[in-house]
Design a protein around this ligand. Structure first.
Ligand SMILES: Nc1nc2c(c(=O)[nH]1)N[C@H]1C(S)=C(S)[C@@H](COP(=O)(O)O)O[C@H]1N2
Ligand SMILES: [Mo]
Length: 503
């Protein structure tokens, strides 16, 4: 177990030589996500929410320690078995790391080999000490004591456990140092040129309800979903984006090219398909970027192309219909969010933002390629993992205040929330209290049909328990369905319903 811990910490220390990349362990975690994401995504989100990565780290540490312990038990005093065990894990790590676009080959090979070496040496030394052969012999060996070195079983377990924890902290510390190295080397705050065109964000909204989601979600509160264990650290100066596939002219675009173009700023709501009814995997930001249509026009999309596939530096892919890039909506190759260059977590240096589509089919972060292809030829990351190839965001609405389970004072007060039908627009929001008639809520202003709308209803709350439901009606007159559907395969449906207690 301690040998395995020593291997882990060594791998992280060696990977300090590749601050921007991923370690062998992270490459294995990425691979695990790739292979099991299909079956685990919703369970992981349900269990851990957006702490799923923390859960993965803790899980990995435990699995590695347990594997080490099992190897120790199996190997006994047979050194070749230990050698084969550590060697096998090193080989596996190397093979997986070589397949990870963000892992450096040479650093991974060295890290895996040195890590396995450190694990073996630790194990051999401990074993020698245990058998009373090494330099660490405790002299007052008592005959028949539970451990060969004359140390009690309890002391061995306690110091062994403490050492394992120390090794894990060491690995975490090495990662933290690596994170700080990457942030200083890549996330130089870039000031974006002011946009040439701006879709105005409504200020002076007609109402202000405490607890209601703000129209524009602050970047710090914006939800985050990515398959990469670690946020890719990309150097904007060496980054480039290729437009390839079924185009007349392949293009290569640099960050400087993007900064030199006429930028637009547009408020757009994006949502994760995994968002449950009433969930918070949705947000609206002012996105700054270059119209995707302009880039596609320069590349010259060929007649047979039906799908635009975005591919990222970490190998993630997401594909959507060509029309969503060319039909006049504000689809963007975005470089800014809420007035600043993108945060690394949200896709620095560039990502796609496509109004009306779930993120998993469209919003590729850390994008390095836009490939014109067909739906027959290629599938985006989530499609073979059980999610629909088509991902229009469904008509939905949410109650923000009061919160379900709240106890509220009686008398006049506001019920409020948000509703959305991205790229279609919301015509009306209706609220039902205690199975009564549907009452029309007031709507705030919106920048366009591409964002959510805030709504409010005045309520004269009478004492007792109450059930409150909301539904939206889109600009085509479609009423949000009450039929319950889970997020997989193409987005949850149903009416958000809450219970409140009025004092
Ligand atoms: N490279 C990459 N881009 C990605 C993803 C990802 O895992 N990797 N996740 C997608 C999904 S599922 C969603 S919902 C959005 C979330 O964008 P955000 O994290 O900026 O909110 O990004 C999309 N872009
Ligand atoms: Mo998503």
């Amino acid at each position: 177990m301690l040998g395995a811990g020593a291997a882990l910490v060594t791998i992280e220390i060696v990977t300090l030589f590749d601050a921007k990349g991923v370690s062998v362990t992270e490459a294995v975690q990425n691979r695990f996500i790739r292979d099991f994401a299909g079956s685990l995504k919703q369970t992981a989100i349900d269990l851990f929410g957006t702490n799923d990565k923390a859960a993965l780290q803790i899980g990995t540490a435990l699995v590695v320690l347990v594997l080490g312990a099992v190897l120790g038990v199996v190997a006994g005093r047979r050194k070749p078995v230990l050698l084969a065990g550590f060697g096998g894990f090193a080989l596996l790590g190397i093979v997986v790391a070589l397949g990870d676009p963000l892992a450096s080959g040479p650093v991974s090979v060295v890290a895996a080999l040195v890590g396995a070496g450190a694990g073996l040496v630790t194990t051999f030394l401990l074993e020698r000490w245990w058998n009373g052969e090494g330099p660490l012999i405790v002299t007052d060996r008592t005959e028949g004591a539970p451990s060969a070195a004359g140390v009690s079983r309890r002391t061995v377990l306690a110091s062994g456990g403490a050492s394992a924890v120390a090794l894990l902290f060491g690995a975490a510390a090495a990662r933290a140092v690596r994170s700080s190295l990457r942030t200083t080397s890549t996330t130089v705050r870039r000031v974006l040129p002011s946009p040439a065109r701006r879709v105005a964000t409504p200020i002076n909204q007609p109402f202000d309800v405490s607890g209601l989601s703000p129209y524009i979600t602050p970047t710090a509160d914006f939800y985050r979903i990515d398959t990469a264990v670690r946020v890719p650290a990309i150097d904007a100066d060496s980054w480039s984006l290729k437009i390839t596939g079924m185009v007349d002219n392949e293009l290569t675009i640099t960050y400087a090219d993007l900064l030199g173009r006429a930028l637009v700023e547009v408020p757009i709501t994006i949502q994760c398909v995994s968002n449950e009814v009433g969930g918070d995997l949705i947000g609206t930001a002012r996105w700054t970027g270059v119209p995707l249509a302009e880039l596609l026009k320069e590349a010259g999309v060929q007649g047979g192309a039906t799908q635009i596939m975005g591919e990222s530096a970490d190998g993630f892919t997401a594909g959507f219909p060509v029309e969503a890039g060319t039909d006049g909506r504000d689809s963007l190759l975005a470089i800014g969010m809420n007035g600043h260059a993108l945060e690394p977590a949200h896709g620095f240096p560039a990502r796609l933002i496509i109004p009306g589509l779930y993120g998993y089919v469209s919003a590729t972060k850390w994008i390095t390629e836009i490939r014109l292809t067909t739906f027959e030829a290629e599938q985006g990351f989530w499609v073979p993992r059980g999610w629909s190839a088509d991902g229009p965001i469904k008509l939905q609405s949410r109650i923000d205040v009061p919160r379900s389970g709240d106890s509220v004072p009686g008398g006049p007060q506001a019920i409020g929330g948000v509703a959305w039908a991205p790229h279609t627009g919301v015509k009306a929001v209706e609220v039902q209290i205690d199975k009564g008639s549907w009452q029309k809520a007031g709507l705030a202003k919106v920048a366009s049909v591409d964002t959510w709308v805030q709504w409010r209803l005045e309520w004269d709350a009478k004492p007792g328990r109450h059930e409150i439901k909301v539904r939206a009606i889109d600009l085509n007159g479609r009423v949000q369905t009450a039929a319950l559907a889970a997020p997989a395969p193409d987005g949850a449906t149903g009416h958000h319903t809450i219970d409140v207690e009025v004092a």
